[in-house]
Ligand binder design. Sequence first.
Ligand code: GLV
Ligand code: MN
Ligand code: MN
Length: 412
Amino acid sequence: MKIATDQDRLTRELETLAEFTDAPAPAVTRVVYSETDLRARQYVKSLCVEAGLAVREDAVGNTFARWDGIEPDLPAIGTGSHIDAIPHAGRYDGTVGVLGGLEAIRALQRSGARPRRSIELLIFTSEEPTRFGIGCFGSRLLAGTLDESAGARLRDRDGRTLNEWRGTAGFDGNLAGARLPAGYYAAFVELHIEQGPLLERAGIPLGVVTAIAAPASWRIWLEGEGGHAGALLMPQRRDAFCAAAEVVLAVEQAARGTGAADTVGTVGVCDVFPGAVNSVPSRVRLELDVRDTDAGRRDAVLATIDRACEAVAVRRGVAVRKEIVNADPPAQCDARTVEALSRAAATHGLAFQKMVSRAYHDSLFMSRIAPTAMLFIPCRDGVSHRLDEYSSPEAIAQGALVLAEAVRELAG
Ligand code: GLV
Ligand code: MN
Ligand code: MN
C-alpha cells in the first residue's frame, strides 16, 4: 500500500510548535520543565490523542504515544526525538523527529495498513543539557545509565534539584521505574536534521547514520580573590576570570592539537562572580564540552585540559576544581536498522549517504537497549543551535516518508 505524508500539515505543526518559545521569534528557547515546555508538550500530546494514540508519561515526563499493532505483546518499534530547545535556538532540532515521527505514524494509518508490531512515538525529556548540565537525561534513565540518586544529584545553576523541578512540572514516581525492560523495542529510529553541512554540500537528500560520536562534559570552578577594581593593584591580583581565560584557550589548543577534524572542544558557559565592572572577579564557573568519534582521542584531550588547569592554578594562585558531568562512549548503529532505512530511501527513489553523527542524540542511549539507527535530512549551511536553523518543508516531509517506510518494514 502506498504511503504519503502531508507536507502542509507537518509544516504548519512545526510552525505552531515554534510559537512556544521564551525568546522572541524566530528564535526558540524551550528549556525543560519551563511553563513554555509544559505548554508545548500539551500541544504535541493533543496531536497524538487526535491521531488515536495512547499516551503515557514516566517519572520525568518522557512521553510515549502508542499505536497498537495486530500483535501488541510483541516488542514495539520506537521513533521520536525531543522538543526542548537550547537558548536562542532554531525550530527544527528535535522537533522534526517528533512531529515527523507523528506524521509517519499518521501516514501509515492513512495507508490502511495495520502493522504487526505496535509503533510508539517517544518524546524524550531534556535531550539538551541547558537546565541540569547533562544532555539526554530522559533517555539515560530509559537505558538505565542514571539511577535514583540523579533526582537529588542533578541541580540547576541555582541549586534546585531535578526532583524539585519534575515535581513542580507534575511528574512523580520512582526514577528507577523509568528504565525500559530489556527487549521493549524491536528497533528504534530517530529522524533529525543533520546539524552539519555534508548532505547539502553533496546535494544528497538523506543521511543514514551508522555511528554517533562520543560526548563528554565538565563543569570547572576557579576561585581567586576579588576586590576593588581601582584599589587592588596588578601585582597582588588573583583574578579568577583571567585564569579562566587561560583555561578556555587551553581547551581550544588541546582540541586543535589532535589535528583530527573530528575532535571538537567548546566552553559555552562562563559565569563570572560578582559580575560588576568595578570588581575583580573572584569566582568563575565554566562548562566544557569535548567530543570525538574516537573516545580514546577525546579522553587524551581531556587529560591535556586537566593538566592545563593544574598549571594555571599554580601559576595564578587560584583554586581549580572540576566535576565530570558525563563522558560517554560512542554508539554504533544497528546494521539491520541501517539497512531498513537504506532500503526505505531506495523504495522512494531517494539517494542517501551513510554518515557519522557528530552531534549527540537520545539515540546514543537508545542504542544500548534497542537496535537503533538515525535518519538525517539536510539543513541550510549546516547551521544548528542558532535561530537561523532551517530545513525545507520538502526535505522534512521526505524524511518523514522514508521514516514511515522503514518503520512499516520493521513493524512487519
Ligand atoms: C545536542 O544537542 C548536542 O549538543 O549534540
Ligand atoms: Mn540540540
Ligand atoms: Mn537534537
